[in-house]
Design a protein around this ligand. Structure first.
Ligand SMILES: *Cc1c(COP(=O)(O)O)cnc(C)c1O
Length: 456
């Protein structure tokens, strides 16, 4: 019997002690990352200039459970266990017989799920004597999370922030600076990559690809500095599984057998994987769960991409990963869900989509804002534009239940709040936002540039 509680809370002492590693439970082996220069599978030593050994080991680990270090759990306590809510008022507004829950990562200091991995990554770097971490950020969600993580472990942090965001979206830049990190509008004159771009175009607005190149170069050319990534890689998804492990306990507390439907938004895949991987294990063990990944129609990686090896960045500096991809040269339209504008997705997640254990769905921008406002009016909380994709997907599922009369249990991954996205809401409310067509030609063009890798 489902209880009537609105907030489903765990005590600090009930916070999970281990992360769940899906690698040993995957239904097929994960294709190895490939060295961009040699075309051969990567070894741990290839990654050593960029990442601390503990994270490289986690990346390749076949242990199903990984202990969360006590100093990381101590920081997690600042906002974890995170709350789960029963969306009673949204259910009523929709007139659905479904029971809707949302697991909220919006109460972390930076306001999203990203510090779950930023704090862990900062800790392992500190353990191995690293003194500074370099990274890139688009609109600043990841940069602010890493600045927070570095601050609590007393590490320096250098953030290359895409110049157009640095200038147009100053608030997350100020968060980054408040937590004591240095942040530069990219392209900068601090790296060869940046100087090359500036020589061609002194007014370059920058791009995530350029910023990645700058951060990687910074780390690779300084002994005391490593690089850090906020999504896509196995160790990042591993750290996010605390979200799903908590959610599982909270659903039990709420008197649920488990979710019938899980819905989340996908940019690189980390918040979605963090929520659903512990339940994927149950699905593999025979439970009937619909697991739905929602992405933007304008950047439809999982629904329209090809499943093959591609680079992680425009500059072709990163290892090649086997994933659904729209092509590393694909540049999506400037939708407001900036965190979902990535050409690829996490390899672990892509494998599960290719095996049809996870369903992918693409939605238009206007529909996501419509859902966000419906949600905000019913539940009060204002979701990030990225999170609004998950809400769109969940509302659609709840409306299906209304038609069929099915009393399903729907679990939403509420990845973050929208308090720094008020300009986007403003434009939506003023009727200035629009939908973008599925960019068929642009994707076909970008897919022509894909490298050919022999698999075997
Ligand atoms: C960054 C971000 C995302 C997308 O990243 P994933 O790695 O796919 O989780 C989604 N929601 C919010 C609030 C974000 O900040």
């Amino acid at each position: 019997m489902a209880s009537d509680e609105t907030k489903i809370l765990l005590r600090e002492s009930e916070m999970p002690q281990r992360w769940y590693n899906i690698n040993p439970d995957l239904p097929a082996p994960l294709a190895p990352p490939i060295h961009p220069a040699t075309g051969k599978p990567l070894g741990p030593d290839d990654l050593a200039p960029l990442f601390p050994m503990a994270l490289i080991q986690q990346e390749m680990s076949m242990e199903p459970w990984v202990e969360i270090p006590d100093p990381v759990r101590d920081i997690y306590r600042l906002w974890r266990p995170s709350p789960m809510f029963r969306a009673h008022r949204l259910e009523k507004a929709l007139g659905t017989p479904a029971r809707i829950y949302y697991k909220s990562e919006a109460f972390s200091p930076p306001g999203s799920h990203k510090p779950n991995t930023a704090v862990a990554q900062a800790y392992y770097n500190k353990q191995e004597g690293v003194t500074r971490i370099a990274t890139e950020t688009g609109a600043g969600q990841w940069g602010s999370a890493l600045a927070f993580g570095c601050n609590v472990f007393d590490l320096e942090c250098t953030v290359y922030m895409v110049k157009v965001s640095y200038e147009q979206k100053p608030y997350r830049r100020v968060l980054i600076q408040t937590w004591g990190a240095e942040v530069y509008p990219s392209p900068t004159d601090r790296t060869n990559a940046g100087r090359t771009i500036l020589a061609q175009d002194p007014d370059s607005p920058g791009s995530l690809g350029i910023a990645i190149s700058e951060a990687v170069e910074d780390a690779a050319t300084h002994d005391d500095t490593k690089y850090s990534l906020g999504s896509v890689l196995n160790h990042v998804l591993l750290h996010q599984t605390i979200v799903g492990l908590e959610a599982k306990e909270q659903l039990k507390l709420a008197g649920e057998d488990g979710p019938d439907v899980i819905v989340g938004c996908v940019g690189g895949g980390s918040n979605f994987a963090g929520l659903c991987f512990p339940f994927v294990k149950d699905k593999l063990d025979g439970k009937d769960i619909d697991i739905i990944a929602v992405e933007p129609e304008s950047c439809p990686t999982l629904t329209r991409g090809e499943y093959r090896y591609d680079f992680g960045d425009t500059a072709k500096l990163t290892p090649l990963l086997k994933m659904y991809t729209l092509g590393h040269t694909f540049i999506p339209e400037p939708i407001h869900a900036g965190g979902l504008r990535y050409h690829g997705d996490a390899p672990q997640l892509c494998l599960l989509v290719s095996q049809k254990l996870i369903e992918a769905r693409a939605v238009h921008q206007l529909g996501t804002f419509e859902a966000a406002i419906q949600f905000a009016k019913a539940e009060g909380h204002i979701p990030a534009p990225e999170t609004a994709h998950a809400i769109r997907g969940a509302i659609d599922e709840a409306l299906k239940c209304k038609e069929t009369g099915e009393e399903k249990c729907i679990l939403i991954g509420y990845s973050g709040h929208g308090h720094f996205d008020m300009a986007a809401y403003d434009r939506y409310l003023a009727g200035e936002l629009r939908d973008y067509e599925y960019p068929k030609e642009k994707i076909e063009e970008a897919l022509k540039d894909l490298p050919v890798i022999e698999e075997g």
